[in-house]
Ligand binder design. Structure first.
Ligand code: GLP
Length: 241
């Protein structure tokens, strides 16, 4: 695993955006696995800035997002569809048909999970998967549990995730209770993985995930088994290492 220590959030965002840019430049038709949450917002902003300067071309890029809340429509401002359009897709020259996110409005979980798994396969796999990390070690929405879920699946969100994500909603009651997410195997099959982490509140979980035991109780710990993982984190997030 490579670890890049950034000074602060802005530096972390720039370094991570550089890695994604290099991927796009080296393989213009790459498949990027994308993530939501507050951590990647700065890096998406940086990518948009470089695109506007003429330094990046998204016309052949394909994207596949990690997860989506079940029950939120595309126009709900808390859906990951809305987030991705606002933070990246609407601001660069990517074609909408090349962007993929689980369909939160599909009530039939089995159908949606099969559709999304097949779609990822049909893209030929993910070249670079971007990941944030939840306070409980979740990646995508793979919550701590007794075993690693392999494929795209529908999860019941844990109380701690509902608590952590309620800041984006009017109240905790408004946070959806379920989500569709890529499974651990789906994530681990990406050729390269880029993890971003920022802030002191992530320091403990960064330590457990990257230097602790590999266990499904800390889903991100499985990344220790991948042979091309890069962690870009700021000093605060690395303060316990
Ligand atoms: C959500 C997302 C994750 C993300 C996590 C951390 O639950 N499903 O993909 O990594 O939040 O979010 P933040 O970056 O806001 O701490």
């Amino acid at each position: 695993m490579k670890i890049y220590k950034a000074k602060d959030y802005a530096d972390m965002s720039r370094k991570a955006a550089n890695i994604i840019s290099a991927q796009i430049i080296m393989k213009p038709e790459c498949v990027l696995g994308l993530a939501t949450g507050s951590t990647p917002v700065g890096l998406y902003k940086q990518l948009v800035e470089w695109y506007k300067k003429g330094d990046l071309d998204f016309s052949a890029v394909k994207t596949v997002n990690l997860d989506e809340y079940k029950g939120l429509s595309q126009d709900n401002d808390q859906s990951y569809y809305y987030f991705m359009h606002k933070n990246l897709f609407d601001n660069v020259n990517i074609s909408v048909e090349n962007t993929h996110i689980p369909n939160g409005m599909e009530q039939d979980s089995e159908k949606e999970c099969n559709r999304y798994s097949e779609l990822i396969k049909s893209l030929g796999g993910i070249d670079l998967q971007l990941l944030g990390i939840g306070h409980n070690g979740h990646i995508g929405f793979n919550e701590p549990s007794d075993s690693f879920e392999k494929q795209v699946h529908c999860v019941d969100l844990t109380e701690s995730t509902i608590e952590a994500n309620k800041r984006f909603f009017e109240s905790a009651e408004d946070v959806p209770r379920q989500a569709y997410t890529m499974g651990i195997k789906t994530i681990m099959q990406a050729k390269k993985i880029l993890v971003v982490a920022s802030g002191e509140d992530k320091a403990q979980i960064v330590k457990e995930a990257f230097f602790g035991h590999i266990t499904p109780y800390v889903p991100a710990s499985v990344l220790q088994l991948h042979n091309d993982v890069t962690l870009v984190a700021d000093e605060a997030a690395l303060s316990k290492i």
